[in-house]
Design a binder for this molecule. Structure first.
Ligand code: UD1
Length: 338
């Protein structure tokens, strides 16, 4: 298959490009590099020994997207491109709504015009909002998101569902990611956030490499075994493999499915810190602080549907995630910059 990955230079996108190429598919990337680097694509080529056709363009740019589709035949699109910082989305809601929704609409319109009607979309467990119960199942009612970033994911899900209802030729897979961490085991590609990280694992690796002083643990008074927040951390290489299965599935049927990509196991903030310290032999100083607004006590997936429908399940352990996150950070203390 020939797959177009929008945002293919990003953290999840770059790992998915490796998995697609290793599975024998051809890959084209379109990325505007607003939050990613060309070097990531170069390293994917180096890791796989295969080449990637790369377009530098914004998915909201209709003319640029038309040109890409005029020049290629794609069997399916994986739409990763989007702004993804929760806090920033609260500060700049219009930018988030404009960018994420406009790019999804443009990608779908251009796809439809070119007769390419299979799309896998990067959604997020954030659409579940504040859950009444865990584990989270895809058929649970989403009561509402806690920030504009989450709403963009929710709205794009609805747009793609409506598209399937309107045209029976579309094949849509909405993947709800839990908390992707880890990196390719080569240590050559990984997560490269701009500035001070918001998410737990990149923050821990920045503390471990000495660029930040200590981790602030956001609350230890939750109703969880050790009082700190519980999440479903999933190795990005497992997640990437899930996309290859989703593309295969999108080829076999039409319609729309929502599918969780998680492990089904929840770990607390202190589980992550302790495992990171143990497997890497390095201390991560931390201070217990107040809760972060918008955080929930526990969030983890029911991963059954992914196993049944995609024939996929996560295989890597928390130890693997901690080891691989650290290898990437240690080998690339400044990310993709020299
Ligand atoms: C967050 C987003 C979610 C997004 C996901 C992407 C919110 C409310 N949710 O999920 O929409 O899809 O990132 O990966 O922001 N923690 C600390 N100290 C830190 C950072 C985090 O204690 O410096 C704790 C948090 O309180 C939480 C856990 O670590 O319990 C995980 O946090 P994080 O990595 O930010 O992910 P989520 O909040 O689950």
């Amino acid at each position: 298959m020939h797959i177009l990955t929008t945002g293919g230079a990003g953290f999840i996108g770059s790992h998915t490009c490796v998995a697609l190429l290793e599975a024998g598919h051809s890959v084209t990337v379109v990325d505007n590099f607003v939050n990613s680097q060309k070097e990531a694509v170069r390293r994917v080529e180096e890791l796989t020994g295969k080449s990637i056709k790369l377009y530098e363009a914004d998915c909201c740019d209709r003319d640029a997207m038309e040109k890409i589709f005029d020049e290629n035949h794609f069997d399916a699109v994986i739409h990763f491109a989007g702004l993804k910082a929760v806090g920033e989305s609260v500060q700049q809601p219009l930018r988030y709504y404009r960018n994420n929704i406009d790019s999804a609409l443009t990608v779908c319109e251009v796809m439809g015009r070119h007769g390419c009607k299979r799309i896998v979309f990067s959604s997020s467990a954030t659409v579940y909002g504040v859950p009444d119960e865990v584990p989270l199942r895809e058929d649970m009612f989403c009561k509402g998101c806690t920030n504009p970033y989450g709403w963009t994911k929710y709205m794009i899900e609805k747009i793609l569902m409506g598209l399937c209802d309107s045209d029976p030729e579309w094949s849509v897979v909405l993947l709800r990611y839990f908390n992707p961490i880890g990196a390719h085991e080569s240590g050559r590609i990984g997560e490269n956030p701009n500035g001070i990280p918001n998410n737990l694992m990149p923050f821990i690796t920045k503390v471990a490499v000495g660029q930040l002083d200590h981790l602030n643990v956001f609350g230890n008074d939750y109703d969880t075994p050790d009082g700190t927040g519980v999440r479903d951390y999933i190795h990005v290489v497992d997640l990437a493999r899930g996309h290859v299965h989703a593309c295969d599935y999108a080829m076999t049927r039409t319609g729309c499915d929502i599918i969780n990509l998680g492990t089904g196991v929840g770990y607390s903030v202190l589980d992550i810190v302790n495992t990171f310290e143990k497997v890497n032999g390095i201390k991560v100083p931390y201070v217990i602080g107040p809760r972060r607004a918008g955080d929930v006590a526990a969030c983890y997936a029911d991963p059954k549907k992914a196993a049944e429908v995609l024939h996929w399940k996560a295989e890597k352990s928390l130890e693997d995630m901690c080891r691989d996150s650290w290898r990437w950070q240690k080998n690339n203390p400044n990310g993709y910059s020299a």
